[in-house]
Design a binder for this molecule. Structure first.
Ligand code: ADP
Ligand code: MG
Ligand code: MG
Length: 334
């Protein structure tokens, strides 16, 4: 891949530790969880983390959607290409995250909160389903002051590409807007992930405020459908939704927006300038699949690395699918 600037890619979202285990119906019922979902933890959910660790031999895995994407992108890019921002606590969970990102060669600039715990994401696997329940903890205290601090803002100014995970809309929209405006002002590339259906459902206003700045918007089929429903689009057709996303008003008119919707094993739908292109996924034998958690994050990592390296769009998609395929053969979003 062609040489790139140091820290060309800057990513922002919530660094989390995944506490992942095989669960069962009884566990889902105990905490009122759906088999296939992503939610923010309420008071009644907080016992699940210890429960998973003590009673379901849970594994601790470095997680957080965009942090996984950043690790994935760094994996494909030259050393010192990617930096990740987010909030953590001052605890053993943060130490595990530091180890994992170091192994991946990912630089992190965490805002460290002395009072709050590092965020945790309980992942309950039942069959092919996974239910995620996140207690954001210190990640929820990320603030614009950290982003605007001289050392961090220097990294912002130095980067040519920004990747923001939609999950951060629940935390610090002002930081997202600051990056978005910086991108538009300087004709840099702003990549945004829709992250989960609940973002479109419950964080519509900050989502819509960021939308004009998206140069690339990435989501999966359920996120696309949730967007359509929450925005009153009278269609459940993924291609129509992708076209709609690509055609939303745009702040930086020097770049056309591209909307990318992945659909698990079904072709990836790409909308650009009113046209749809479909890219079949890289087939993989069922027996080779270990864990599809984070397939979408890995896809976004491979895709964004392609953008940073300046390769054509079709190759960016291919790289995303390649990295996703690699990731689902490992445990957790590796
Ligand atoms: P998410 O993890 O956000 O739900 P998807 O399920 O759409 O995202 O997966 C993203 C990408 O990962 C797909 O476009 C595809 O390239 C790859 N992928 C996911 N599941 C499989 C699979 N079973 N076999 C091959 N590739 C897969
Ligand atoms: Mg999926
Ligand atoms: Mg996803």
């Amino acid at each position: 891949m062609s040489p790139t600037k140091d820290y060309a890619l800057l990513c922002l979202e919530n660094p989390l530790l995944d506490i992942q285990a095989q669960g069962n119906e009884a566990l889902l019922e105990k905490y009122g969880l759906k088999a296939n979902d992503a939610i923010l933890a309420e008071e009644k959910h907080l016992g699940i983390y210890e429960d998973l660790l003590n009673n379901y031999s849970a594994k601790l895995i470095a997680g957080g959607g965009a942090q996984n994407t950043a690790r994935g992108a760094q994996y494909l890019l030259p050393p010192n290409s990617t930096v990740f921002l987010g909030g953590v606590g001052d605890d053993k969970y943060a130490a595990i995250l530091h180890d994992a990102v170091k192994q991946a060669g990912l630089r992190v600039e965490y805002r460290v909160d002395k009072k709050e715990k590092t965020g945790r994401c309980g992942v309950v696997i039942t069959g092919h389903d996974r239910s995620m329940c996140t207690d954001l903890g210190a990640a929820n205290h990320y603030d614009i002051e950290h982003l605007k601090s001289p050392e961090v803002w220097k990294l912002v100014e130095g980067a040519t590409h920004y990747f923001v995970g939609g999950y951060h809309l629940t935390v610090c929209p002002p930081a997202i807007q600051a990056l978005a405006e910086e991108a538009a002002k300087n004709n840099k590339v702003f990549v945004f992930s829709l992250s989960a259906p609940f973002i479109s459902q419950f964080f519509k206003d900050p989502l819509d405020a960021s939308a004009p700045y998206w140069d690339y918007v990435i989501g999966n089929e359920t996120e696309a459908l949730a967007y359509a429903e929450s925005h009153g689009l009278e269609t459940k057709d993924i291609k129509e939704i992708a076209k709609h996303l690509a055609a939303l008003p745009k702040a930086n008119s020097k770049r056309d927006r591209v909307a990318i919707i992945t659909q698990g094993t079904l072709p990836t739908v790409v909308a650009e300038k009113g046209e749809i292109t479909e890219y079949p996924v890289h087939a993989i034998e069922k027996s080779m699949i270990n864990d599809t958690t984070g397939a979408g994050d890995a896809f976004a990592g491979g895709f964004t690395a392609g953008l940073v390296a300046g390769v054509p769009l079709a190759q960016c998609i291919d790289q995303g699918q390649w990295l996703a395929k690699l990731s689902i053969q490992e445990l957790g979003p590796s």
